[in-house]
Design a protein around this ligand. Structure first.
Ligand code: 26V
Length: 800
């Protein structure tokens, strides 16, 4: 190992050992890992070709990978060996690992899920290729200035990326604009402007399996990178503009879509990566086969939300226009290979594209979608005659009216043989609320696959001491099958085990306390309860409910300082979309409240509120293993699943949550005594909304505690500008509190008091913590992927 590292350092990176910086060592170690993985990768690809086994094309606009070094070393089983070899050279592996930039090519849950799924597909030996965009700038870096979020560009490629391999031979032409021409009785898309999509491959190593799969991200290159004549007459910038223009499409990951110009670029991105990915999928199929009827046996194409929902249109265009299949045959193939996962019910995230924008950018795709829609109308007419006149307008892919639009959700459902939600509850709501008519027309199409998380990252790497304790207690089988964690349940009654678990948690909390002190200059007590809410900032996730609770607690502590208030550190982190003003104001509110109460001599030893900036995968690896309490407090029916809830439970945090998303299934696994569920159920929320009687003001009038808190916000008690938080007060009182914070407040407060009581009995708390870990086995992404393989893709595995 040491020889290998030194060779990469001196020959690969080109620096002598005595001059090597830490960065050089990182590069050399990464290169070593990549070479070892490449051998496995070639072997995997050879096996896929020779066995003719199905390969899944997983299309996703986002892959939130996190760092690669320790993950690669762990997959190769040489983590300790490498640590020792580096130590002999006077280098600490952990210092190298911290140097690696954290790739952040995703916004939040959906992107991280895609990364966990890649890990599981490789670890199960399921041949797959993840397709996405090689954004030059990923998720913005969040800085906080005077409590306000500032977005900074994430220039993650500024230093070289050791993990990617450019594949110039995998290059495809992607067209925009132009027109549809008729050539020999067939329609063809011509003219317009074109760019080359060029593949950059990242290796995805399996753990406990030799398989190494591929993540293929598309970069963009101009067809004619520079105009030499223009350059020679001195117009240097203009000469290079084609190159810059081509790369615009992959420049930046979308953190929101609040402007029209932004929306058109987003559609360009979607088409760019879909077109390249479908062309590549068909190319790979045709390299091995010459009979289209084999396509569904060899290929599955999965749509991660509607972002890749142009795929059916692009697939039909290639099959019908380029490969000259009949429409009927092409459609039968398309619907057999495509499947779609829905990740949100939030109306503003459901993609709908104006037909005029599509006509400009993708004229042939629009025609194809209109044809799909026309034939669907015919099918409905054949099935129902005139008996359901309203039906077609409820399911039409092209919504008519003055400004016709394409509904990407409906297109995805219509073109897929399976559609799934991401938790049992969410899948029910997808059927009942989002696509009720489709669920009636095609009931067999609708499935649930509850989300999961990759235990390699969220347990073995993030919390190695816990992983080791589990190994010593129940052996290593849980590493293959996470449900074996259930074997830990009896350990709740074992004082020695609980003591060791408590010691691990405490060490993790000390580590996080040091990070908080270092980054924020705030000293927190690691013996206090670490009460954590980490996720994107969004009104439906109700960070504001948490903040109202913190102020109510502060008020109560000041009113009765001698009461036995357990010490708490409330830890929040998360990014607000750059144009989402209310979310940014909530970030500011958290800072203003924190600033105020953290300096209160009456309470500050027992109550702290800290906001850690720039939440990302790496920061999550610090926070999650150190959490005692996990807040999952979305309004019931709004959080599709949540996956942070699973990561926190797996690391022994107790959940304080609503009956929403996967919280419901976590409660089933751990049992009602070891989780704190509060608030309205989905059905109660629906009943309240139906009644039309909800009045947040009335609740405010009748709840003195709540009244005090909201009045404090309105009076500017926490801020230098008294009017600063009026928009928040207005949304609660005059906007009728869209996410029903006030309706759930009292129940939340009572649940928090139950949490306090439970925390006072530390021995009992640790027993609960054990049962949370033991109950988390179902939430492995290995289980999710095996569900997809059997119920959706009909995919097989390579032998281990
Ligand atoms: C929509 C858009 C619209 C255009 C601009 C960029 C952008 C980015 C993301 C989205 C939709 C995000 C949907 C999402 O992340 N859903 C989350 O998916 C998780 C994995 O299934 C799930 O656990 C979370 O509950 C759900 O909110």
């Amino acid at each position: 190992m040491k020889q290998a590292l030194l060779a990469r350092l001196t020959l690969g990176i080109g620096v002598p050992e005595d001059e090597a910086t830490l960065r050089d060592w990182f590069q050399a170690t990464a290169l070593t890992v990549r070479e070892l993985l490449t051998a496995r990768w070639h072997e995997t690809n050879r096996q896929i070709r020779e066995t003719g086994i199905k390969q899944v094309s997983y299309l996703s606009m986002e892959f939130l990978l996190g760092r690669g070094l320790q993950n690669g070393l762990m997959a190769l089983g040489i983590l300790d060996e490498c640590r020792e070899a580096l130590a002999e050279c006077g280098v600490k592996l952990e210092d190298l690992a911290e140097l690696e930039v954290t790739p952040a090519l995703g916004n939040g849950g959906l992107g991280r899920l895609a990364a966990c799924f890649l890990d599981s597909m490789a670890s199960l030996g399921l041949p797959s290729i993840g397709y996405g965009i090689r954004y030059e700038f990923g998720m913005f870096r969040q800085e906080v200035l005077d409590g306000w979020q500032i977005e900074r560009p994430d220039d993650w490629l500024a230093d070289s990326n050791p993990w990617e391999l450019m594949r110039p031979e995998r290059q495809y032409l992607v067209r925009f604009g132009g027109r549809v021409a008729e050539e020999g009785g067939r329609l063809r898309w011509v003219d317009g402007e074109a760019v080359h999509a060029i593949a950059y491959d990242t290796l995805v190593p399996g753990h406990g399996h030799y398989a190494v799969n591929t993540l293929r991200l598309w970069g963009a290159r101009a067809v004619h990178p520079m105009d030499l004549a223009t350059f020679n007459r001195g117009a240097f910038m203009e000469a290079l503009s084609p190159r810059l223009r081509a790369r615009t499409v992959v420049r930046v990951l979308y953190p929101d879509d609040s402007t029209v110009e932004g929306r058109e670029l987003r559609l360009r991105q979607e088409h760019f990566f879909v077109s390249a990915s479908i062309q590549d999928t068909l190319r790979r199929f045709l390299d091995e086969h010459d009979d289209w009827s084999l396509l569904p046996e060899k290929v599955s194409i999965h749509l991660n939300d509607t972002h890749p929902a142009l795929a059916p249109a692009e697939l039909m265009r290639l099959l019908v226009d380029d490969y000259e299949l009949d429409w009927e045959q092409a459609w039968a193939l398309a619907t057999k290979v495509l499947s779609y996962t829905n990740h949100t019910l939030m109306p503003e995230a459901l993609e709908i594209w104006p037909c005029d924008m599509m006509a400009r950018l993708l004229p042939r795709h629009l025609q194809i979608i209109e044809e799909i829609n026309r034939r669907f109308g015919q099918e409905l007419h054949a099935r129902f005659g005139g008996s359901r006149p309203e039906l077609f307008s409820q399911v039409a892919v092209v919504e008519g009216g003055d400004h016709p639009r394409v509904n990407m959700g409906r297109l995805s459902v219509l073109a897929s043989h399976k559609v799934n939600g991401v938790s049992q509850l969410h899948s029910r709501l997808v059927r009942e609320r989002l696509f009720p008519q489709f669920a009636e027309l095609y009931p067999e199409r609708f499935e649930n696959v509850t989300n999961g998380i990759a235990p390699r990252l969220w347990l073995n790497l993030a919390n190695p001491s816990l992983a080791q304790l589990i190994d010593e207690t129940i052996g290593q089988n849980w590493r293959r099958d996470l449900t074996r964690l259930a074997d830990l349940r009896p350990q709740a009654e074992n004082d020695e085990f609980c003591r060791r678990l408590a010691a691990i948690k405490f060490a993790n909390k000390q580590r996080l306390a040091a990070l908080i002190e270092h980054r924020l200059g705030i000293a927190v007590d690691p013996t206090a309860m670490f009460d954590v809410q980490v996720k994107r900032i969004h009104e439906y996730k109700r960070q504001l409910l948490n903040l109202l609770g913190v102020v109510a607690r502060w008020n109560a502590m000041r009113a009765t300082p001698d009461q036995d208030w357990p010490a708490r550190v409330v830890i929040m982190a998360g990014k607000a979309a750059s144009a989402y003003h209310m979310a940014k104001l909530i970030v500011k509110l958290a800072h203003d409240i924190g600033h105020h109460i953290n300096n209160d001599p009456v309470t500050s030893d027992r109550l702290k509120l800290v906001f850690l900036p720039d939440y990302n995968v790496s920061l999550a690896e610090y926070i999650i293993p150190a959490a005692d309490l996990s807040q999952q407090i979305s309004l019931a029916g709004t959080e599709a699943s949540g996956t942070g809830n699973m990561k926190l439970a797996l690391n022994g945090a107790l959940t304080l949550g609503t009956a929403d998303g996967a919280n419901v299934e976590i409660a089933e696994e751990v049992g009602p005594d070891d989780i704190f569920i509060f608030g309205m159920s989905v059905d109660e929320v629906a009943a309240l909304n139906q009644s039309g009687t909800y009045s947040s003001r009335e609740i405010y009038r009748n709840n003195h505690q709540l009244q005090e808190v909201i009045d404090q916000l309105g009076a500017g008690q926490f801020s230098s500008d008294p009017a600063r938080f009026w928009p928040i007060v207005d949304s609660l009182l005059d906007g009728n509190d869209h996410f029903r914070l006030l309706a759930d407040f009292d129940s939340y407060w009572q649940a928090q008091r139950r949490v306090d009581a439970a925390w006072r009995d530390q021995a009992s708390w640790m027993r609960k913590s054990v049962r949370n870990i033991a109950g988390a086995g179902r939430f492995s992404s290995d289980r999710s992927i095996s569900d997809y393989a059997s119920r959706i893709w009909n995919a097989q595995y390579l032998p281990a």
